[in-house]
Each structure stands twice: as C-alpha cells, then as structure tokens.
Design a protein around this ligand. Sequence first.
Ligand SMILES: [Zn+2]
Length: 42
Amino acid sequence: MMSIVEFFRNLPKKHCSSCGNVIQEKADCYGNLCDDCDHPAR
Ligand SMILES: [Zn+2]
C-alpha cells in the first residue's frame, strides 16, 4: 500500500499557466497561476 507521502510525491507539479513557474502546493484557491501572476498589482 502506497503511503500518503509517496502519493503526493508522485503528483505532477502544477505550473503557472501564465509564466510557467512551478506553483507551490499551498492552497487550491490559486488556480493555475503562481504567486507573482496571481497578484499583478504588486
Ligand atoms: Zn506565474
């Protein structure tokens, strides 16, 4: 049986649909954009 750690490790990393950077797995609310692209006002 695969451990939960192995499960998440095998998940493909999400990439920002705008700049292509790898999105850190913080929360689902970021959608397909990384931090930089999600806050263009900064
Ligand atoms: Zn981005």
